[in-house]
Design a protein around this ligand. Structure first.
Ligand code: URA
Length: 222
């Protein structure tokens, strides 16, 4: 009897190990309780909830709502400010000149765009790429927060002032925030300069590279 129980337990442990290994291979990094799993929307569900969004004025001039793209189980998520002209035309984040630079930055830390997830604080382009307005951020932010909850990344890289200040709930300057990790609901958040700013101010590349090396070290931890 005792022997049988022991054997059964061993079988359960072996099966559980196999199941966890399988989940890990799928990119699933944390186990959710039943209640959490119930409250947990997938990225597709969040996109459906946004629908043909008319919650703020930005829908008036848009061609596409730019939700975000990449690996739904990414260890690393990049959050920018808002779609620009090219992004609005094609419905994808960071595909203009700033996007090309972001792609090179991602590759420099041994990743591809497909392995990370890329999104923005605002999902629609502000006219003439003006700064996001507080009411637009307030309306759009809940969807980003749900995206981050769905992905549960280990590291978040906030690109530029708006992303960093919005996610950290501070008005501190990006120059004071960057260079170190901040706690963001169990994830590590690294603010850094926005790629569009880097294109105009290439001498800040060294600072961004320093931030990226810290990000690489963090996501590579076993
Ligand atoms: N700048 C951003 O902040 N996001 C984009 O998607 C493109 C440019």
């Amino acid at each position: 009897m005792k022997g049988n129980l022991h054997q059964e337990l061993r079988q359960i442990v072996t099966q559980l190990k196999g199941h966890l290994r399988y989940q890990k291979e799928l990119g699933i990094k944390t186990l959710l309780s039943q209640q959490e799993a119930k409250n947990h929307l997938t990225l597709n569900e969040i996109r459906r909830e946004m629908g043909d969004c008319e919650r703020c004025r930005l829908h008036e001039g848009r061609n596409h709502l730019v939700f975000g793209e990449g690996n739904p189980h990414a260890l690393l998520v990049f959050v920018g400010e808002a779609p620009g002209r090219n992004e609005d035309l094609q419905g994808k984040p960071f595909i203009g000149r700033a996007g090309e630079l972001l792609t090179r930055i991602i590759e420099a830390i041994d990743l591809t765009r497909e392995e990370v997830y890329i999104t923005n604080i605002l999902k629609c382009r502000p006219p003439n790429n003006r700064n996001p307005k507080p009411d637009e951020i307030k309306i759009c932010l809940p969807f980003l927060l749900k995206q981050l909850e769905a992905i549960r990344p280990r590291v978040i890289c906030a690109l530029g002032t708006f992303a960093a200040q919005t996610l950290l709930g501070t008005e501190n300057k990006i120059s004071a925030l960057r260079g170190r990790f901040h706690d963001y609901q169990g994830a590590k958040l690294m603010p850094t300069y926005h790629p569009a700013f880097l294109l105009r101010n290439p001498h800040f590349k060294k600072a961004v590279w320093d931030d990226m090396k810290m990000i690489r070290e963090e996501y590579k931890k076993p």
